[in-house]
Ligand binder design. Structure first.
Ligand code: ADP
Ligand code: MG
Length: 449
């Protein structure tokens, strides 16, 4: 069994759908996970926001989503003149129902004048519900034994809306539903990104969550591999949209891939590697526009690759510095500070400490304000916004001192706000003013790669 995940670009139009179908056709036992069609999730979120004050604009977005999906399915089915009209009807009905559901949600948000994380998740999931159902039906027209699986039936999570954690035991309890389809010779097609909590509410697994779904399913079904099909030929030395001469990396360890994703490489959800690495299932990142390109293979196998393997960056961070009002018991102070971050679900990117203070770089989030208020009971709190992080991953063991020096000489004359370096983990993180991130990334990449 191979888990094949196709992202938003791959779901973009009838031509990419045809590519995806050809790729699926090349596997003996595929299981397909799809994202929403390109732009849809962003449009859904915009509609939800608009609906608070401007229901008409929100409805216009809903109408646009509807039209795009109707057009996509029509264009696809036009290539199959013998397709039964029943399929076109079913697809149209599904689109109408999902958009009606969306409009009801938008009205509710407007009436309640409140957009909760719970409602956001339910709205966001409509993108994957549309793409997965429609693709499963169109796949069948193209001759594949595809069958739709509702992710709510399988992906069970906690109720942390917006970034829910999967409940592996409950997911395993649902796997018989998948096995039944597979044993009947079917190719399951399931939407990524969303699931359901124990109270029957829709949840989502966070940004890029479809990758995570693919890995969860891979682990549950003990798949041979998890294939992340996207619009670039693997994981590159740096984001190819920013660095023109970035190049694909043939091999990465699970840990290196996780670090890259965690520190901003948008090609993978950072948690994707976890279920896969626990079960030693390799992940391949491949390009639907160049399916024969080798892509990137992520596995336990360590691979040498010069001084540094890859770099990533973020431009949306805040530094919080807490200076303790009491200088005794440093560990109590640190424990209290981190406890507050845990309480607010704020993952830490970079930390440095002095005897009586701690500085923490965190990705921007609505939750920072509340955390800062709480932190004030432990000392003076300063926040520095508009920060970014550059991360170098897979630094060679013997590159240490010269590497740090070299990186710092390529940050375009700014001074770093925080630095953390782990020789054993081969990781270097430098936090600096956001405006310096892109020029520094370019200059570091040119020097090291
Ligand atoms: P999908 O819709 O298939 O999930 P994404 O847009 O989420 O696709 O991820 C692919 C994109 O990630 C690429 O087009 C690329 O611009 C971006 N990206 C950022 N960092 C990297 C990197 N290090 N390697 C490859 N792609 C990257
Ligand atoms: Mg993605």
């Amino acid at each position: 069994m191979n888990i094949l995940k196709f992202g938003g670009t791959s779901m973009g139009d009838d031509q990419t759908w045809q590519r995806v179908i050809n790729i699926i056709d090349g596997y003996a036992h595929p299981f397909v996970i799809v994202s929403a069609t390109a732009r849809t999730t962003r449009q859904l979120m915009a509609a939800a926001e608009y609906s608070l004050n401007d229901l008409e604009s929100a409805r216009d977005i809903a109408a646009d989503i509807k039209q795009r999906h109707l057009t996509l399915v029509n264009n696809f089915l036009n290539n199959y003149p013998n397709a039964e009209t029943a399929v076109a009807k079913e697809c149209k009905l599904w689109i109408n129902d999902r958009i009606d559901e969306l409009n009801q949600q938008l009205t509710k948000i407007n009436e309640a004048q409140e957009l909760s994380l719970k409602t956001k998740d339910s709205v966001a999931s409509i993108g994957e519900r549309l793409s997965s159902y429609l693709f499963a039906h169109c796949g069948a027209v193209a001759g594949l034994p595809t069958t739709w699986v509702d992710a709510e039936q399988i992906i069970r999570t906690d109720s942390d809306f917006g970034q829910a954690s999967p409940n592996i035991d409950l997911i395993n309890q649902q796997k018989h539903l998948l096995i039944k389809e597979i044993e009947n010779g079917r190719i399951p097609v399931m939407g990524g990104y969303y699931g359901q909590d124990q109270n029957g509410n829709t949840t989502t697994l966070g940004f890029e969550g479809s990758d995570y779904t693919a890995s969860l399913i891979g682990a549950t079904l003990a798949a041979e591999s998890i294939e992340i099909w996207t619009d670039v030929s693997g994981i590159f030395t740096c984001d190819p949209r920013v660095i023109e001469d970035a190049r694909p990396i043939p091999q990465l360890s699970f840990r290196e891939a996780t670090e890259l994703a965690y520190f901003g490489a948008k090609v993978l959800h950072p948690a994707t590697t976890k279920p896969a690495s626990q079960q030693q299932i390799p992940i391949h990142v491949k390009n639907i526009f160049d399916p024969d390109a080798p892509g990137t293979r992520i596995s336990h196998k360590p691979a040498e690759n010069g001084r540094v393997k890859a770099m990533s960056f973020k431009e949306n961070c805040t530094i919080i510095t807490v200076s303790s009002s009491q200088t005794v018991m440093g560990y109590e102070f640190l424990a209290s500070v981190f406890d507050i971050l845990r309480w607010h679900h704020l993952p830490v990117d970079v930390v440095t400490t002095t005897e009586a203070s701690v500085s923490i770089a965190i990705e921007n989030s609505d939750r920072i304000e509340q955390a800062v208020e709480k932190l004030k009971s432990y000392g003076t709190v300063e926040t520095y916004r508009e920060q970014g992080i550059i991360s170098l991953v897979g630094c060679s063991k013997n590159a240490g001192e010269s590497l740090v020096k070299d990186v710092l000489s390529h940050i375009n004359g700014t001074s770093p706000a925080l630095i953390s370096f782990s020789q054993s983990k081969g990781n270097l993180n430098v936090v600096m003013d956001k405006d310096y991130i892109i020029p520094s990334v370019k200059s570091i990449h040119q020097h090291f790669f």
